[in-house]
Design a protein. Sequence first.
Lengths: 315, 424
Amino acid sequence: MSNHLISIDDLGAEGLTELLDLSDYFLEVSGRRIPKVPVLRGKTIAWLFWEDSTRTRLSFETAAKRLSADTLNFNVSSSSVKKGESLRDTVETIGAMGIDGIVVRHASAGVPRQISQWTDAAIVNAGDGWHEHPTQALLDCYTIRQERGSLAGLRIALVGDIKHSRVARSNVKAFAALGAEVTLVAPPTLLPPTLDGWPVKVTQDMDEACAHADVVYLLRMQLERQEESLIPSLREYTSRFGLTSARARALNPRTLVMHPGPMNRGVEIAGDVPDLANAVVTNQVANGVVTRMAVLYQLLGSGAGLVPELEVERV
Amino acid sequence: MSDLVIKGGTVVDATGSRTADVAIAAGRIVAVGDDLSGDRTLDAGGCFVTPGLVDLHAHLRQPGNEEAETVESASRAAVLGGFTAVLAMPNTTPAIDSASVVREVQTLGEASLCDIEVAGTITVGRNGEQLSPMGEMADLGVKVFTDNGQGLQDDRLMRRAMEYAGGLGVTLAQHPENESLSEGGHMHEGAMSSVLGIPGIPAEAEELMVMRDVTLCRLTGAKVHFQHLSTAGSIGIVSAAKNSGLSITAEIAPHHFTLTDRCVESYDSLYKVNPPLRTAQDVAAVRLALADSVVDAITSDHAPHEPHLKELPFDEAPCGMIGLETALALAMTELDMDIGALLALLSWQPAAIAGIEHCHGGPIAPGRPANIAVIDPAATWVVSGREMASRSSNTPYEGRELTGRVRHTIVHGEPMVIDGEAQR
């Protein structure tokens, strides 16, 4: 693993598996009465969120605190940073404070990669435009592995707005790297301009996809897509691509239903579906903390001799 | 006795090539032949002695953005790149859309190192709504009009502009881009944009406007020039239109025959340009169009930007790259064409499109104005943004070794570059 986590490409199958294994240890830590270990004591992590995010930031913040890191929030959306300020100026300012890690979210694809050239701090991509959201993919893989033991050979239907989705771009890479068969279910207007080289199948038939899927993964559908004429209406989208109550009831009971949140109940997912036994949406959120602990530990911790070190520190 | 003799080079112009000395006096060529002598001699051994290059497309940024470039600094970059005349694009602040701004840039040009020709806008403020006073600008010598930086979207207004320009005998240069297809895009739409998650600009956005303007050219008979063609489809459309006898010309920028959309993988906005870097297939089509004379000119599309603007997120960064000092060397290094064919694209053909063939683009013959480049085809050099004369350094070729360098540049008889050094 490189010094940063910007793309799932930085990990490959081996790096992914390593982080998932590591997450098991942090799951155990998270279950303790005092769910905190001192492995990142003295390390400082800055949140650099140009784009608003409550969930992802809280998840990272919880992870960092359980690892005993100091955290600070560079509150970019309300600070002097605004459209037009050089990324380099912002990042060099933070760098001058001696920060060890920067967790970055930005509405523009590529910003984590761009800023990595101007700082020695480890960069964690918490979502960049339509590009990637690698820790989301990690927590999704972890959740599937927890339920099904492995991703190898699983059929995963990834449904919805693939084109504008950083979650989809990271998940396609991660799912495929771990041996799953990925099918994209979306109208052509919500697919990237070309899927050349993507390890996926594509279908427009949600019922067919659901019938064969081990996992149905729904992406958030945004109202703007209707205004941009990418879909005729949310109603038509829901009827053709939504996980309606009827489609959910027809699923194999073992088929997992997943969603990265926040959900538009009644659009991509019927209101009662998240409460079904095979819907693992809240597990995803819980696993977000442990997988992010693994990422922060691996990038900022001593790295070598992980397991013994953790065992010692438990004493 | 002449003022200056360029000695020992191979003279190359539209009439062919021969070994000869070139003698200059009072700003003009006075003799071309063997064993000429003068007060001062410039050695051209092993070099081509050619008509000065003519750039149909450079953003000089003055007035309005003098931090990025001035007419003077751009002209220094130009002569170092072998250009003796540059057509200044009108997307300045204010835009060159009236006689007074034309005069301002012409005055700045008179104090610069090469000839500065001024392009005017087609519409007031480049707003795409109302025709600029092309007549009053034409009276001051403006021969090319363009809203460059953007295409003129409105079909009816473009028709009117063509009709009106036809009456003035001037050329309309179009930046072909249909904005309803390109809007929101920041790189070529294709496999790379799909992976990188950057909104794309489809090739068809360019091709649709090329098609429209070919159609309107047929209707109006205007002289139409297409700027920076970047797609195989555009080239096909232009080729067919030229074969049908329409008065159409077209240019190619060096980045469209040297770089592809793969460069954007780094998210480095040095590679952000409009039209965007396209695919390897497009680059191959562009190279073929240059070799087969389907297009008429290579232009720099010199677009300086202050460094901090290229440190913005990719989708917020401005488009463009500097190019005056690298255009010739990139053509010599990357294109497998003989020097005469390259110079046609870089000198006499663009001179004719700009309407300055009386003064630039050769031939190297007694009586002609002495606008001359002396090019060493064997010299190699390494591109360095910092070392170039432009006030900006946004080159995508940093560190690249190129073959072919300008040794001397003579503008109206005055050596502005000697042995690769600007003289002022």
